[in-house]
Write a protein that binds this ligand. Structure first.
Ligand SMILES: Cc1ncc(C[n+]2csc(CCOP(=O)(O)OP(=O)(O)O)c2C)c(N)n1
Ligand SMILES: [Mg+2]
Length: 695
């Protein structure tokens, strides 16, 4: 690849990126102008000379990925998407004719419904590869993209076709991303995995919100990354495009490690009073300063949102032409590949369209009634192994808890993912839950079916990434085991209390806490079918009985989120017992006891509030009849949220403390998870909340 000697046209392009960013932030009267101005030459050099990206087809599978981890610098990305003429893509994968970011959208930066929201949002603005804003997330997500790219290459390449999937992943970050712990977790993992298709660019402007980084940050970043096993290179001046190009070429030539390029830059470059100050970080420069800066650039001082025509042309002739040629050549290769390897090509197509293969649910296990039972984590491990065998592009692993979470794939050929075996489907994230969450998001963005696991208590360590995954509508699957005080002796540090409620609070995330092995099968069946929603399976460590389905209702009801498991023979019940997970069986025992006393109870198993809330009113009212006010909920978790189902007058048996360290039997007594307690609560409810007259 040759790099053009810098010309005035190059400078014109760089200054266009800068002035668009300044003008948009000023018009919005909010946003971050300084860093886009400083980083403009980096983005320009990368996009114009190196990025293999076709603006006409921004979802071409083998495109290079560009991640703006410093999401507050969104105007940098919007400027690039605009200037390169990236096309909008519809949700059903058809490229539309209209531009993703028209100039009008930039003029409405940060306004309602603009394609240029405050921070870049995946699925909202075509060409945005991942949602960023929470610092560090983009970096860690880029590791997942690179990792999944390597897997796809290992899995789909065949002799004569060893270049089908060779995209690179670039992530641009600032001081904030470098300081966040998640980036250290992610860098450590990427270095260990020797992901040489990964390039991070660190905008070392030494400014954050509170001032100079001398206040807070004295890491030797280069040494740190060398320690992580990275190739580290430096560019002493962000405006030196020749040195930038050289750094990118070094990255491309490095085959055994990821690359970090540290670029020294100036925030608000060229602004006479604001350059190198934190004042340029998060507020408009101001009209006067903008005028002075434009004068400095040799720009028409009063022109706003000005884009010289030759700038569009220059991008089109550079990235546009290169991207289109590469993209067309790639599709021609895929045609040959399809002729030779139709099954693999079909797989690849389905993967990219988030479709499941035919027969994805064949051979799912069934579990016979068993009073002693099995832990739902064990049932889950069996189901996952069957589904993953049927879905070749399903892959994942654990943050060092695979043996406990039962997420290891044990069938022949599953393999362990490593630098020597990128085709392995068992990932080992190490003890890095936060990075794991973001890496899973990155994998899902490259369209493999990704899952990850840890103890439910440590879901908190991954929460920011889970939230972003839900925001991006990515079908990542979480397996969270050791779901309650059921962990017993490990005590309060390991006993989740508020975690289920917190996960239920994330919009779009489907939380499923199955009651037994049969419900676990159905929970996986529901999760596997999700296209645009992440899911969290909440599973027990301890054995729970496998419910007698000839006596009680079928577990198929799981697909509706909640269902009547045990009921009165006729008419309406006097009291409802609502429960999830391991507490469902307790409620069944209470139901039998009540029945013997002549009390008419109904047991509702409620593995997923979210799926239940999505059902039509009639179904919900049939399961939880509004007229039956006597209600008891039982869940070994914070009672937060249960009033939605038990109402003002119902009773919730749950956790109001952090638990305790003791054998499980004693804990169940101490915290009231006993048949006697449920029966007493049911009696109280009937006494205190007489049934309302049927409406
Ligand atoms: C996790 C997280 N914490 C805090 C913030 C708020 N925040 C946005 S930008 C910023 C400073 C980032 O500094 P740097 O990355 O150096 O960006 P620059 O000031 O150079 O643009 C902070 C603290 C955030 N977006 N994400
Ligand atoms: Mg900075």
């Amino acid at each position: 690849m040759t790099t053009a000697v810098p010309t005035d046209l190059d400078q014109l392009c760089v200054n266009t990126i800068r002035t668009l960013s300044m003008d948009a932030v000023q018009a919005a009267n909010s946003g971050h102008p300084g860093s886009p101005m400083g980083m403009a030459p980096i983005a320009y050099c990368l996009w114009r000379e190196f990025l293999r990206f076709d603006p006409q087809d921004p979802i071409w599978p083998n495109r290079d990925r560009f991640v703006l981890s410093a999401g507050h610098c969104s105007m940098l990305l919007y400027s690039m998407l605009h200037l390169t003429g990236v096309k909008a893509v519809s949700k059903d994968y058809e490229t539309l004719g209209e531009p993703s970011v028209p100039l009008e959208a930039i003029k409405k930066f940060r306004q309602l419904d603009s394609r240029c929201p405050g921070h870049p949002e995946y699925r909202w603005t075509s060409g945005v590869e991942t949602t960023t804003g929470p610092l560090g997330q983009g970096l860690a997500t880029s590791v997942g993209m690179a990792l999944a790219g390597r897997w796809q290459a290992a899995h789909y390449h065949r002799p004569g076709f060893d270049d089908l999937i060779n995209f690179n992943v670039y992530a641009l970050c600032g001081d904030g991303c470098m300081m966040e712990g998640i980036s250290a977790e992610a860098a450590s993992l990427a270095g260990h995995l020797k992901l040489s298709n990964l390039c991070w660019i660190y905008d070392n402007n030494r400014i954050t919100i509170e001032g100079n980084t001398a206040l807070t940050f004295s890491d030797d970043v280069a040494t740190r990354f060398i320690g992580h096993g990275w190739n580290v290179t430096r560019v002493g001046d962000a405006n030196d495009r020749e040195m930038l190009a050289r750094a990118f070429r070094t990255f491309l030539a490095t085959r055994d490690r990821p690359t970090l390029i540290i670029v020294d830059s100036h925030i608000a470059y060229g602004a006479p009073n604001k350059q190198d100050t934190s004042g340029a970080h998060g507020e408009p420069l101001g009209e006067d300063e903008i005028r002075l800066t434009k004068r400095n650039y040799g720009w028409p001082e009063d022109a706003k949102f000005h884009v010289p025509n030759e700038v569009y042309e220059h991008f089109e002739q550079g990235m546009g032409k290169r991207g289109k040629d590469l993209r067309d050549a790639w599709f021609a290769r895929v045609k040959d590949y399809r002729a030779k390897f139709p099954e693999l090509a079909d797989e690849f197509y389905r993967l990219h369209h988030r479709q499941l293969p035919e027969g994805w649910d064949r051979n799912l296990p069934t579990f016979p009634t068993d009073a002693k039972g099995m832990a739902t984590r064990d049932a889950s491990g069996k189901v996952l192994n069957v589904i993953a065998k049927n879905v070749p592009w399903m892959m994942g692993g654990s943050a060092d808890l695979g043996p406990s979470c039962k997420t290891r794939l044990t069938f022949d050929g599953a393999g362990e993912y490593s630098p020597e075996n990128y085709g392995g489907r068992n990932l080992h994230f190490g003890i890095r839950e936060h990075a794991m969450g973001a890496v899973l998001n990155g994998m899902a963005l490259v369209k493999v079916r990704a899952y990850g696991s840890t103890f439910l208590i440590f879901s908190d360590y991954a929460k920011p990434a889970i939230r972003l995954g839900a925001l991006m509508e990515l079908p990542v699957i979480y397996v969270f085991t050791h779901d309650s005080i059921g962990v017993g002796e490990d005590g309060p540090t390991h006993q989740p209390v508020e975690q289920v409620a917190a996960l239920r609070g994330i919009p779009g995330l489907i939380v499923l806490r199955p009651a037994d092995a049969a419900e676990t099968v159905e929970a996986w069946r529901a999760v596997a079918k999700l296209h645009h929603q992440p899911a969290a399976l909440i599973l027990t460590r301890q054995a729970v009985p496998v419910i007698d389905r000839s006596k009680y209702a079928s577990a198929a009801g799981v697909s509706r989120g909640a269902y009547v498991l045990a009921d009165v023979q006729d008419g309406k019940p006097d009291v409802l017992l609502l429960a999830t997970g391991s507490e469902v069986t307790l409620c069944l025992d209470a139901y039998e006891r009540l029945r013997a006393e002549g009390i008419r109870a109904r047991v509702v198993s409620m593995p997923s509030w979210e799926l239940f809330d999505d059902q039509p009113n009639e179904y919900r009212d049939a399961v939880i009849p509004p007229s039956v006010r006597a209600r008891v909920s039982v869940e070994q978790a914070s009672t937060f949220g249960w009033s939605k189902y038990v109402g003002d007058t119902g009773q919730s048996i749950g956790m109001r403390s952090f638990g305790a360290s003791a054998p499980l039997k004693q804990l169940l007594q101490k915290f009231g998870f006993t048949v006697e307690n449920i029966v007493a609560a049911a009696r109280d409810q009937i006494r205190l909340t007489p049934r309302r007259a049927d409406r």
